[in-house]
Design a binder for this molecule. Structure first.
Ligand code: AQP
Length: 330
């Protein structure tokens, strides 16, 4: 039987955080043997927030190197840069004509981001989920490994696909989300009721996967917890729950084992151990990244090859769509 297809993407808006890694990227890596995977650096999505051209260019290359550094293998998976494959922009237009204004108005990310950037509430920010739906549907993805914050967008992608299929027959595979159990939402270290985000104004609120060990330990030590001094996972202990989930993800220990390990210990000890374990687990990524950044020719070869493969797959879907909707062939 053919392998099922996976698609996911990440924006080059800064160095990936621990949230991006545990919520999405770690799954991307582990799924590569069992599935046909397509992974993209979503530089078109990044434009929804004002970017400096020079920075976006550099961040895109850095993000691509990070993708390989975390373990995406460009021989096994298709790893490409979104703007290199024109089908994404083309399908976006078609699908935007099959998406309702009311549906897009309900998207919480649009509401959050427009509140954060009131000076630039652009149409792209509003139609972002349509571009995302097109990204996924072009590859006929069965599963989309993302953090839980993307669930609403994924639901919309499913609705668009079902609506389109309802009119034209089975054009698109209707994708399902694929979420990690414990770390589908890594929370901010400074406000553990909010998700950890790479564009947060306060760098103490997030850990990037390239932070040096001392920085990681320092940020974990200054994480907001509570005054109970009890390492236990339960409602109302958002800060401790977050640190326990992170520790569990990097050590493979269960929450029960962690509770036992720190019975009778204060938060000082606990945070030190979490920080050390995390810093150690990210070490190979930091090292691979440093090596990859010395070999630009290799990175270029990989992303060109990725674009060629992605184009092959996505053009087939786009041709089918154009035929179904009645665009005259050239
Ligand atoms: N805190 C998080 N916990 C779990 N998963 C997360 N993801 C992001 N933050 C967390 C997942 O990472 C993938 C890539 O996200 P993205 O870069 O495309 O956009 P985002 O979700 O908007 O991530 P950020 O870090 O918050 O970026 P900015 O600050 O630029 O908006 C997605 O699968 C997402 O679920």
């Amino acid at each position: 039987m053919d392998k099922k297809i996976i698609f996911s993407a990440i924006q080059p808006t800064g160095t990936f955080t621990l949230g991006n890694y545990l919520g999405a990227l770690q799954n991307w890596v582990s799924l590569q043997d069992e599935y046909n995977c397509c992974y993209s650096i979503a530089n078109m999505h990044a434009l929804t927030v004002r970017q400096q051209a020079k920075d976006l260019r550099a961040n895109t290359l850095n993000a691509y190197a990070l993708l390989l550094a975390v373990g995406v293998d460009p021989q096994k998976s298709i790893a490409f840069i979104q703007s290199h494959v024109k089908c994404h922009a083309e399908l976006n237009w078609v699908l935007s004509c099959y998406t309702q204004f009311g549906e897009l108005s309900r998207m919480t990310q649009f509401k959050d981001k427009s509140a954060r950037h009131p000076e630039n509430v652009n149409a792209g920010l509003f139609t972002y989920p349509v571009l995302m739906a097109g990204d996924i549907l072009l590859y006929q993805a069965d599963f989309v490994p993302v953090g839980i914050d993307q669930k609403q967008h994924l639901e919309l992608a499913r609705n668009i696909a079902q609506r389109f299929n309802g009119i034209y027959g089975d054009v698109f595979t209707v994708p399902d989300g694929y979420y990690p159990k414990l770390t589908a939402k890594v929370m901010s270290l400074q406000d553990p009721t909010k998700k950890m985000s790479k564009s947060d104004d306060n760098p103490k609120s997030y850990i990037t996967i390239l932070d040096p060990p001392e920085t990681i330990v320092k940020k974990i030590k200054s994480a907001v917890t509570d005054s109970e001094a009890l390492v236990a996972y339960r409602e109302g202990k958002d800060g401790v729950n977050n640190l326990m989930s992170i520790y569990s993800a990097v050590t493979g220990r269960t929450l029960e084992q962690i509770t036992e390990e720190f019975a009778g210990h204060g938060y000082g000890d606990f945070k030190q151990k979490v920080g050390d374990a995390l810093a150690e687990s990210l070490r190979p990524i930091r090292e691979r990244y440093a090596q990859l950044m010395k070999d630009r020719a290799y990175l270029e070869e990989c992303y060109r090859d990725g674009a060629r493969k992605a184009e092959g797959v996505s053009q087939r879907t786009l041709d089918k769509v154009y035929k179904k909707i009645g665009f005259l062939a050239r």
